[in-house]
Design a protein around this ligand. Structure first.
Ligand code: ZN
Length: 694
């Protein structure tokens, strides 16, 4: 294996249009984090970069749906994702975002460098345009009747019923999914990256050059793409949200999100390292590795490397260990159906249990084929592996050392095989030591070749070896007759614990921290890591070293914890409320009481904060029948700016009331969450202002 001077590791930039679920984590983040922690353990020079992908039609449409500006929309999801990654312990050196100025500059320079070589081609063609929304429609946002099977809801790129790949112009009766209206064809000009010109180079660099070292699922998909022949790809879009194409003749056009996003890895490294960034992207002795899910293979293995090659200044990825997909309880993860385990919700509902989710996700990591997460498997793996094998071994060694030696590391004096009993113990020791050495080497080998499932299994084998050694040697039976032997046994058991403390750091960082604390290992662990770099075993803490108190690494996951998660998946609602926080149901009313209320939907057309109040917003509502002013006590939960454009539900026939000199003509409806936060009640889809609610 080639020796590299340093490493640049990237995880796919997640789209800032929704929270993260376990499928994302298992695909591009946990494997990368495991690998990076391993590299750091060995003292390698590594940068681990990621950030939010904040451009593209998915962002502008998502923002529209939530009644936010694109900026407010990406701010919201960037912060949610950044926090979830941090709370889960994904150890990025930087988590940046593609709306940063440094990224605009980097992406535009990247474009210009290729443009200066006259590599792009410009082509004008007719594309569907939504006159109501004033946007050119991406293929996915046009539906119509499939010319092949007459399915009335075929997409502009593919009919999901018969599988035919389509172009929007083939659809019969096309309509815009954004406005529902019939789009019109309009000519528009775009810049194309000549992927076809890189075919020969890709055959050499990828098909020949990475035949043996890339994962077969990744390599196979790339090869089949290249074999089919490559076409020029348009890299610009008509959109008002994104990075402007840096050419005077390209006014109103932005870089296609798939052109700008991977350049975000470079921008993030610049942001992190300042002047020192170049060696991480330009020195051939740097190893660049992209961790992604399988849906990103083409972009990271074919398009981005061709862009890097065209630019000419940068190194190329040495490996792209993409993962397949993770399913949940036998079904595809689905954001729209809320069939998912959301990372931020898991962290709330299982506080202090990050390791457990890391462990289970790595143990089923979809490295070569799709995998399935089930809650019952989660419970089984935590209870029968983390608790019963790893937690149990560490705890037994700690407790026995405290019991017999007051928590001081006993003498490691070698046991000569003078008695039958000692001969046997010596044999157990030799066996355990041989196994330990072999297992550590195997684990390191797996980590180097991105086989994280197998590597974690080997890490757990260290605890299995330790448990077997204790069970064979039975120190508790020798306590009365041969304390020298007890000391030697526990000394070696502590060596195994020390090796586990190092070995579990890439997989179970919280356990690593706890074990090091129990061993009172501050000042020692640095030396251990050095030994590991040479693939030598850690010889544990010196004789007489005082240990800290034992603590449990893991607790069992109870049946009710699992039942709650399973029933949550069956329902579609997402947040179980604490029963104690719920208000009691009000006294019964008859239907006539309810029907006296006139509840309607209106659109906020203007909003401002009331000067002398920290609670009130003054909203101007288009109520269909009229335009009215409503004062609403939601200023702590929504800014005036983000209210504009939102649809709201309000009581239209509430007697007007004067507050702070202004008459409020109605009341906005909102839901109060368990933490007191107010969330607006809004229709599932946009309706006409003035629509009644019943
Ligand atoms: Zn069809």
């Amino acid at each position: 294996m080639k020796k590299f001077k340093r490493y640049t590791i990237t995880s796919a930039l997640p789209y800032a249009n929704g929270p993260l679920h376990i499928g994302h984590i298992a695909g591009a983040y946990l494997p990368a984090d495991t690998y990076v922690r391993f590299l750091r353990l060995r003292g390698e020079d590594v940068v681990y970069v990621c950030g939010s992908d904040e451009h593209g039609v998915a962002i502008t449409l998502g923002a529209k749906k939530e009644g936010l500006t694109p900026k407010a929309f990406v701010d919201k999801y960037h912060n949610i994702m950044k926090k979830a990654f941090e709370d889960f312990g994904i150890s990025f050196d930087i988590y940046s975002r593609t709306s940063n100025e440094i990224h605009y500059k980097t992406a535009q320079e990247f474009f210009t460098k290729i443009n200066d070589q006259n590599l792009f081609t410009i082509d004008s063609s007719d594309q569907y345009y939504d006159e109501e929304e004033k946007i050119f429609l991406a293929d996915r946002y046009i539906i119509g009747t499939c010319p092949n099977c007459a399915n009335p809801n075929a997409y502009g790129d593919q009919c999901e019923k018969c599988g035919t790949s389509l172009s929007p112009k083939q659809l019969i009766n096309p309509r815009s999914t954004v406005s529902g209206k019939t789009p019109v064809l309009r000519p528009t000009k775009h810049w194309y990256f000549p992927l076809d010109k890189f075919e020969g180079w890709l055959k050499e660099w990828l098909v020949e050059g990475h035949k043996d070292d890339w994962k077969t699922n990744v390599y196979g998909q790339c090869k089949s793409w290249i074999d089919q022949g490559l076409q020029p790809r348009s890299i610009t879009r008509d959109l008002d949200w994104g990075i402007p194409v840096p050419l005077p003749e390209a006014k109103g056009k932005v870089l296609y999100v798939w052109f700008d996003a991977p350049i975000g890895y470079i921008s993030a490294t610049k942001e992190l390292k300042g002047k020192d960034w170049e060696k991480y992207w330009k020195d051939p002795e740097t190893r660049l590795i992209h961790f992604i899910g399988k849906d990103n293979i083409v972009f990271h293995c074919i398009i981005f490397p061709s862009m890097l090659k065209a630019n000419g200044e940068f190194i190329l990825p040495d490996n792209v260990p993409a993962n397949e997909f993770l399913n949940l309880e036998g079904e595809k993860l689905s954001t729209s159906r809320n069939h998912a385990v959301w990372l931020h919700e898991y962290l709330q509902e299982f506080p202090g249990r990050r390791d457990e989710l890391r462990y289970v996700l790595t143990s089923i990591s979809p490295e070569t084929k799709d995998a399935d997460f089930t809650w019952s498997d989660y419970q089984k793996k935590v209870n029968s592996e983390l608790v019963a094998i790893l937690g149990n071994f560490v705890n037994r060694v700690m407790v026995l050392t405290w019991k017999y030696f007051d928590g001081k590391v006993p003498s490691e004096k070698e046991i000569a095989g003078t008695t039958e009993k000692r001969k046997k113990i010596l044999a157990y020791y030799n066996q355990a030591h041989t196994d330990l050495d072999k297992t550590v080497k195997e684990m390191i080998n797996c980590l180097q070749t991105f086989k994280f499932r197998e590597a974690q299994f080997q890490m757990m084998n260290l605890a299995r070896i330790g448990n077997k050694f204790l069970a064979d040697a039975e120190p508790w039976k020798l306590a009365k007759e041969d304390m020298e032997a007890v000391a030697a046994i526990l000394n070696y058991a502590l060596t195994v614990v020390g090796n586990i403390a190092v070995a579990c750091e890439p997989f179970l960082p919280d356990a690593a921290k706890s074990i090091k604390k129990q061993l009172n290992a501050s000042g020692l662990d640095k030396k251990w890591n050095e030994l590991w770099t040479k693939e030598q075993l850690v010889h544990t803490v010196p004789e007489g070293h005082q240990l800290n108190a034992a603590e449990l690494l893991y607790k069992n996951i109870e049946d009710e914890d699992i039942a709650r998660q399973v029933s949550r998946l069956k329902k579609t609602e997402s947040k179980p409320m604490e029963a104690t926080n719920l208000k009691a149901i009000k006294p019964e009313v008859v239907f006539d009481d309810f029907s006296k209320l006139d509840i309607r939907i209106g659109k906020v057309v203007a909003a401002e904060k009331m000067e002398k109040s920290d609670k009130l917003l003054k909203l101007t509502i288009n109520a269909g029948v009229d335009t009215r002013t409503i004062l609403s006590g939601i200023a702590k939960h929504y800014s005036a700016e983000e209210m504009v454009g939102k649809q709201v539900a309000f009581i239209a026939n509430l007697a007007p009331r004067k507050m702070m000199g202004i008459e409020s003509q109605g009341m906005i409806l909102s839901a109060e969450d368990s933490d007191g936060k107010l969330r607006l009640i809004r229709p599932d889809e946009i309706v006409n202002p003035g629509s009644t609610v019943s």
